[in-house]
Ligand binder design. Structure first.
Ligand code: SF4
Length: 287
């Protein structure tokens, strides 16, 4: 198995207390069985607190979040009490892995950092260089085009270039398809409604914003979304994946045109779509 990472992976470091959208807030935290067993044997006050914070439903263990949906072990300064007291080896698998993702295509494992994480969005946008990847075992760097060849998809119609379509009908279709996904929270529902109601006023704003965008950055984003979902080609086909990625980047452009904040537009799209298998599949089928 050959593991591939985006070349910026070595620069990844959790922002901890500087993160405005900490992954320790607002997400369910399921606990793997090995960690549950480890927690059963912990001594001391914190050990008791950990055990008392675990709930179970249908055989799935998770941490009971606080009223404001924070992990009970997240300190106000953004640091984790379990890591501080016991060390990195004591956090459960989901916390140790997040925001990394891994997917398998043939003999390749495609790894990366999910875009619901602020730091991942920053790393993706901090360069305008062509997105490149690194083979973990050899350190060899390859471009997106070479990655496609490595994966045996070189003869496919897998386009590596984002081509914008900003026609009103297309923008409307993209917003309507996003409106049809299961909302992550009320704010998402309200915002999509705002976009739907104001879409006629947003065409020009979106086109103006797009004309000022660095197209190399949009291409990095487009390729990264393709990379993350490449394993879905087998089930949904290349055309669906291309339409999914193009729709995603288009929606992010509309969002960024409204908010002026490209990083946050990416992060918000990702947590709504990419972190819900149902929503991702719904859009892939719709395309
Ligand atoms: S979202 Fe990313 S930067 Fe923020 S706390 Fe989680 S891993 Fe760290």
């Amino acid at each position: 198995m050959i593991t591939i990472w985006p070349a910026f992976y070595e620069s990844f470091a959790c922002k901890a207390e500087d993160c405005r959208h900490s992954c320790c807030k607002g997400w369910e935290i399921d606990i793997d069985y090995a960690s549950v067993a480890l927690y059963q044997g912990l001594d001391g006050k914190l050990g008791n607190e950990i055990r008392n914070s675990i709930s179970t439903e249908s055989g799935v263990y998770s941490f009971r979040l606080t009223e404001d949906e924070r992990c009970p072990f997240l300190r106000q300064d953004g640091l984790c009490r379990i890591i501080l007291e016991y060390g990195d080896d004591y956090i459960c698998d989901i916390c140790a892995m997040h925001p990394r993702f891994f997917s398998i295509i043939g003999d390749f494992e495609l790894a990366g950092f999910g875009l619901s994480c602020e730091k991942s969005c920053e790393l993706l946008l901090e360069s305008v260089e062509e997105l490149s990847f690194e083979l973990e075992e050899t350190g060899k760097r390859i471009s997106f085009g070479e990655l496609i060849d490595e994966l045996g998809l070189g003869d496919s119609m897998l386009s590596d270039t984002f081509e914008a379509e900003l026609e009103p009908d297309y923008l409307k279709r993209i917003i309507n398809s996003l409106a049809d996904t299961e909302p992550i929270d009320d704010a998402w529902t309200n915002h999509i409604e705002f976009l739907k109601v104001n879409i006629d006023k947003l065409y020009k704003k979106t086109a103006d914003f797009y004309s000022r965008c660095d197209k190399r950055q949009l291409n990095r984003l487009y390729q990264y979304i393709l990379y993350r979902h490449m394993q879905r080609i087998e089930e949904y086909g290349i055309d669906s994946l291309l339409s999914f990625a193009r729709g995603a980047v288009t929606f992010i452009i509309i969002e960024a045109a409204v908010s002026g904040n490209m990083e946050e537009s990416i992060r918000r799209w990702s947590e709504q779509i990419e972190y819900s298998v149902e929503n991702t599949e719904k859009l892939l089928i719709a395309e």
